[in-house]
Write a protein that binds this ligand. Structure first.
Ligand SMILES: NC(=O)c1ccc[n+]([C@@H]2O[C@H](COP(=O)([O-])OP(=O)(O)OC[C@H]3O[C@@H](n4cnc5c(N)ncnc54)[C@H](O)[C@@H]3O)[C@@H](O)[C@H]2O)c1
Length: 353
């Protein structure tokens, strides 16, 4: 099976967990042993078919290093799960644009190395898929890298909540360039959004009338600082909208990130509160807490997304690819229910969509 050649934009916590995951699952050949993965094989592709060919960052502790080292450089604080052998991918410097905010100015140490011509580097390395792992709030930088992907004839995966795939103009540009585009804002494997939606669906299916519910979380890691400064409102709007559609009726729903707690490092605590009524107007209430580590929560979904985008490339599909967007992202071009998204994705992989 030909390799899927991927370029990473941003070598932060998410990139670290992803690269460690590629190593962790590289020799796993049996489904029963692939604990933590949704699909060991997807469309015939194994995670080891994903090859990182280029990586870009701005932090001096990462730029110029082999990717296998850069993923463990501070301020990354996701736990080290495996040793990653040298990957022969040197992290290159991109332009900073709005990649660093007020709150993270002292967290990121700007590299003094010269800026790379990103589109040229993508072409030289034969990259076919660019994965955007920039911080939330870095809209200009995300758009700039989407331009580089277009210039280098690459598909674009927007993991961030900076809108690209759900923006009609960008979708048209990728369609015109005959390239796939997917996003925006990846859904975690066992994240607060999925759990919240699943709980609401379960309760409403069982005849409970939910009246009010919220889900708020606190996290450490640089991304939580970015969210606090620049994307709190945006995240709240995106999460609330996607949670609301889990209910077949209107209720008071609030879902969003709340705050940054430095000593949590890459951990995240999510709090759920649900109030409703069931048989004969009897009140019920749920109080829950979910504790996770943030970055590994993106790994399995990202494996699926990259393999699905490769399938889209092989089928010469272009523009925003709805079955992938709906399955794996909180803010796709069109929101559908969890069940419909699963079905669309399964049909897409089988070649029926
Ligand atoms: N479970 C998850 O981790 C998850 C889920 C959904 C979405 N996301 C999104 O993924 C993105 C990455 O998350 P993270 O935790 O890895 O963030 P992070 O802050 O750890 O990493 C961001 C990286 O981007 C680099 N960077 C900043 N500006 C840059 C530029 N202009 N060019 C190149 N590199 C630049 C930083 O130096 C850093 O290494 C965020 O937008 C987050 O919202 C993550």
């Amino acid at each position: 099976m030909a390799k899927i050649k991927v370029a990473l934009v941003g070598v932060g916590n998410c990139a670290s967990a992803f690269v460690q995951g590629l190593q962790y699952y590289s020799n796993c050949n049996e489904k029963e042993k692939s604990i933590g993965l949704r699909h060991l094989y997807l469309g015939g592709f194994h995670p080891r078919d994903i090859q990182i060919v280029a990586a870009f960052d701005v932090d001096g502790r990462k730029v110029g290093k082999d990717l296998s080292e850069a993923i463990f450089a501070p301020p990354n604080d996701v736990p080290k799960i495996v040793e990653v052998p040298p990957l022969d991918v040197t992290v290159l410097k991109g332009p900073v644009l709005d990649g660093v905010g007020e709150y993270t100015r002292n967290v990121v140490q700007m590299s003094s190395q010269p800026q790379t011509d990103v589109a040229d580097a993508l072409k030289e390395k034969d990259a076919e898929i660019v994965v955007n792992l920039l911080p939330s709030g870095a809209l200009k930088a995300s758009q700039w890298y989407a331009e580089q992907a277009l210039a280098a004839n690459c598909a674009f995966v927007n993991v961030t909540p900076n809108f690209i795939a759900s923006d009609l103009e960008w979708a048209k540009r990728f369609e015109y360039a005959e390239l796939p585009l997917v996003g925006d804002d990846l859904i975690d494997q066992v994240g607060a959004t999925t759990l919240h939606k699943t709980l609401l669906k379960l309760l409403s299916t069982h005849g409970v009338r939910i009246t009010q519910t919220y889900q708020l979380d606190v996290g450490g890691g640089t991304e939580s600082l970015h969210t606090l400064e620049r994307a709190k409102e945006l995240k709240r709007a995106v999460k609330t909208k996607t949670v609301e559609i889990a209910l077949p009726y209107k209720a008071e729903v609030v879902a969003g990130s709340t705050d940054y707690v430095d000593f949590l490092e890459n951990r995240r605590d999510s709090y759920f509160w649900i109030r409703g009524i069931y048989f004969c107007n009897t009140p019920m209430q749920i109080d829950l807490k979910l504790s996770t580590i943030d970055a590994p929560n993106a790994g399995s979904v990202l494996f699926d997304v990259i393999r699905a985008v490769k399938i889209a490339l092989n089928r010469k599909l272009k523009g925003a690819i709805l079955p992938i967007c709906a399955y794996a992202f909180k803010h796709p071009p069109k929101l559908v229910s969890l069940d419909a998204a699963e079905e669309m994705f399964a049909n897409f992989i089988k070649g029926n969509a």
